[in-house]
Design a protein. Structure first.
Length: 462
């Protein structure tokens, strides 16, 4: 019945008259994409199966050529996500993840909330030098978080995810969005936004970005984990004996093993390549492949491990299809038409009202995107141009849209590269992921747009 409802939505939209300024192909692409998104929400069948059905319809209707339809499977961001799963496997198989987890428990394990803040502190330290938030959260922090959860006996495989794992995984996701917004070099789309703003005569420096993001970012980093703790609480809250237990487990494990040393070396190689990537002109995905190759050469993981990592291959299939369809929304003219429609809607309004409308549309239009960088590339210039023309102060407008380009990841489980990894772990259900995301999206808009403009006025940005 749910699948039939999705099909009916797509069919009805398909045959409705399309706007005169939009091509028929663009309208049909929107109908198919919306039906796919509704199917992902209703979840009538596994997400990978939904993606395959959507791809098949796309091919049967000849909306795009076969070669174009399969382009998503070669997207570098998707392969970085896949590699992050393999790195996680190496942490777990070698035992290094468990050792790190016990070290964290020994230092911060008396309270679950403290653990979450410790993980986000690591993210803050790594963020300025790691321009791939997918690599940072998915490849570096996710394996540690997963091992922490498992050390407390929290695993989605045996329905114990709510003990502590659901809280830690979801807090890591939200925290990564915040750290990505705080630093110009913390997410690949941020420099794109700055470059696009520059083309409109608005210039933003690294320090200017950071100064504007500092207070909203710190407020978010303190408030969001606490709100998650209250709204989506872990079953394990107080663990007074955990540090002692962790110390005993570390003694049982003994000195660091050869396998752990090899994994630590591989991890250091990947981290170094991700941190120095922008300086040595090495893409984060290439760095990930180098790290994976080293892991295979040193037998940290083997090919059987790679083949059996179901989460990686599942993410490759469904995320590839969504990336391709979202890209085609722009190519076939739907996104440009949408941008022009927004400009017509806000014409003649006072600039604070224009700001609110643009922020809401820019933020929630991310439901139509499977990549933050693609969203920035498609809509940032158009929305900033509309804002400036309406009298919104240029620098704060550029910064607000830049920050929202990260925080809008708090919409879906496919809108950011980190989302498929953390959602794919199975610790948080899709319904809970979407409902909590919508709630926190409102919190972010209040902090970063409402509070942000007050703070930026205070420090003299306008």
């Amino acid at each position: 019945m749910q699948l039939l409802a999705c099909v009916l939505i797509g069919v009805v939209l398909w045959f409705l008259p399309h706007p005169a300024a939009l091509s028929l192909a663009g309208w049909h692409m929107f109908a198919l994409f919306l039906a796919t998104i509704v199917a992902l929400v209703l979840n009538p069948m596994p997400i990978g199966a939904i993606a395959i059905l959507s791809l098949t319809v796309l091919l049967l209707t000849n909306l795009v050529p076969l070669k174009t339809a399969l382009n998503g499977f070669g997207d570098k961001t998707i392969w970085l996500i896949v590699i992050a799963f393999f790195i996680s496997r190496g942490f777990i198989k070698s035992g290094l993840g468990k050792r790190i987890a016990y070290l964290f428990v020994r230092l911060f394990g008396k309270k679950t909330l403290t653990l979450s803040y410790a993980l986000l502190a690591c993210d803050v330290i790594l963020a300025p030098a790691t321009p791939s938030n997918t690599a940072r959260a998915g490849g570096i922090l996710y394996p540690i978080t997963r091992s922490l959860a498992e050390s407390f006996g929290s695993n989605p495989g045996d329905h114990t995810e709510k003990k502590i794992g659901s809280f830690l995984i979801y807090t890591l996701f939200q925290g990564n969005l915040i750290t990505s917004a705080m630093f110009l070099t913390a997410m690949a789309g941020n420099p794109v936004a700055v470059s696009l703003a520059s083309s409109l005569g608005v210039h933003i420096s690294w320090m200017g970005w950071f100064a504007a993001a500092l207070v909203p970012g710190l407020v978010s980093l303190v408030l969001i984990p606490f709100l998650i703790y209250k709204i989506y609480p872990p079953e394990i809250k107080e663990t007074p004996d955990a540090p002692k237990l962790a110390q005993e487990k570390l003694k049982e494990m003994g000195p660091i093993s050869k396998s752990e040393k090899r994994m630590l070396f591989c991890f250091a190689v990947v981290l170094l390549l991700w941190v120095l990537g922008s300086q040595i002109n090495l893409d984060a995905t290439v760095g990930g492949f180098i790290g994976l190759s080293v892991m295979l050469l040193l037998d940290v993981i083997n090919w059987e491990d790679v083949k059996s990592e179901k989460g990686a291959w599942n993410s490759l299939v469904w995320f590839s299809v969504l990336i391709m369809e979202a890209t085609q929304l722009n190519t076939l003219g739907f996104i440009p038409w949408f941008s022009k429609s927004v400009a017509g809607m806000v014409q003649g309004l006072a600039w604070p009202m224009v700001l609110v409308i643009l922020a809401l549309l820019y933020f929630y239009s991310h439901y139509m995107f499977a990549s933050a960088t693609a969203h920035v590339s498609a809509l940032y210039s158009a929305f900033l141009g509309v804002a400036i023309a309406a009298g919104v102060p240029a620098v704060p407008a550029a910064l607000a849209l830049g920050f929202l380009s990260n925080l809008m990841g708090s919409t879906t489980h496919y809108g950011m590269g980190t989302a498929p990894i953390l959602f794919g772990s199975g610790y948080v259900t899709q319904n809970k992921w979407w409902s909590l995301n919508f709630l926190f999206s409102i919190v972010y808009l209040i902090i970063w747009v409402g509070g942000g403009f007050a703070y930026w006025h205070l420090i003299g940005l306008f």
